[in-house]
Design a protein around this ligand. Structure first.
Ligand code: MRU
Length: 330
């Protein structure tokens, strides 16, 4: 894959890379209506907080072209996934900008703003890569060993990724880097991360989620970098379920634990992690054998890592202490 950008304008619509078909198949899907955009987010054809936000912004543009009222388009898209705040952030931005536009100009204005959101995400993630790079230049004569969880690579954003952006920057700078990729049950987003890293020729190994503690305990991990779906005002972070356990293990063994995210992932209206809505997903995700049986299933898609377990938050504005976010409120 030569052009690692997940969403692109194409004639009357936008083309996305269907992540439900990866890593087996690289298939592109064209979205031309509000319902198609909402369905793509709901079914996780597009996923990852920043990409969900950008897709929703384009979904508003597609809706206006169909003649769907703005308020309805925003309601439909806002209901697709509850945890990634980039979704609400992008929709609020579209609402604000379009409210200020003359009705006759709204369709064009919606396209421009969706394009701006996508471009800004790309730029923010490139800056996250640059800002996180020094964290990976901590050892000589052997690769720095990063552990990540889920997929916070370019697939989860418009381009570059968040947690993987410093890894790509290190590779581009000629530094040796190795990535521990946790499988990320039940949806196996780790396979997406492994797919990205394989295409970028970055050494890595896939591990079962439960192997993370052992590797951290044995000193085989120099630092952990994960993405975020929502960061509360006090620095608590919601990310893919399983993140918290890695943070606990890293804390006990003195391994730095970083979160990489653009400022659009910070929810200043949310005071603390406990107030972040956690998406509950279908039992079927735990596998056919489980969902066909009588066993009750609970399937939360995200968990909360308290701010005091986080070494720093890598953003486009630098590496911030998790407890110092209030100063950024605009
Ligand atoms: O359910 P998903 O696959 O959308 O969850 C994605 C994650 O949890 C990512 O770590 C997070 O969105 C950051 S993506 C740059």
């Amino acid at each position: 894959m030569s052009e690692p950008r997940t969403i692109a304008e194409d004639g009357d619509g936008v083309v996305i890379l269907d992540q439900t078909r990866l890593p087996a198949q690289t298939a592109f899907v064209r979205l031309t209506t509000l319902d198609e955009a909402a369905q793509a987010i709901r079914d996780m054809r597009v996923r990852g907080a920043p990409l969900i936000g950008a897709t929703a912004a384009y979904g508003v543009a597609l809706a206006l072209r169909e003649g769907v009222p703005l308020a309805k388009a925003i309601d439909v898209l806002a209901a697709t996934r509850p945890t990634a705040v980039n979704l609400r952030w992008a929709l609020e931005r579209m609402r604000r900008v379009l409210a200020e536009s003359a009705v006759a100009e709204r369709r064009e204005r919606a396209c421009d703003e969706a394009r701006a959101i996508a471009r800004e995400d790309e730029e923010a993630n490139a800056a996250i890569g640059r800002n996180g790079l020094p964290l990976l230049q901590i050892v000589e004569h052997r690769p720095v060993r990063v552990m990540t969880h889920c997929n916070a690579g370019w697939l989860a954003t418009v381009a570059h990724g968040t947690a993987l952006a410093p890894v790509y920057a290190a590779r581009a700078a000629g530094d040796d880097v190795f990535v521990w990729v946790s499988e990320t049950r039940p949806r196996n987003q780790g396979l997406l991360t492994a797919w990205e890293l394989r295409h970028a020729n970055i050494p890595h190994a896939l591990i079962a989620d439960n192997a993370a503690g052992l590797l951290i305990m044995r000193g085989e991990v120099d630092l952990v970098i994960v993405g975020a779906d929502r960061i509360a005002g006090n620095g608590d972070v919601a990310n893919k379920v399983g993140t918290y356990l890695k943070a606990l293990a890293a804390n006990v063994h003195g391994v730095p634990f970083y979160v990489a995210a653009p400022l659009s992932t910070i929810d200043f209206d949310c005071p603390e992690g406990a107030a972040i809505p956690i998406e509950e997903r279908d039992a079927a995700e735990l596998g056919e054998k489980v969902s066909r049986g009588d066993t009750p299933v609970v399937n939360p898609a995200f968990d909360i890592t308290p701010a005091d377990l986080i070494t720093g938050i890598i953003t486009e504005q630098g590496i911030l202490p998790p407890t110092g976010l209030a100063a950024l409120r605009r």
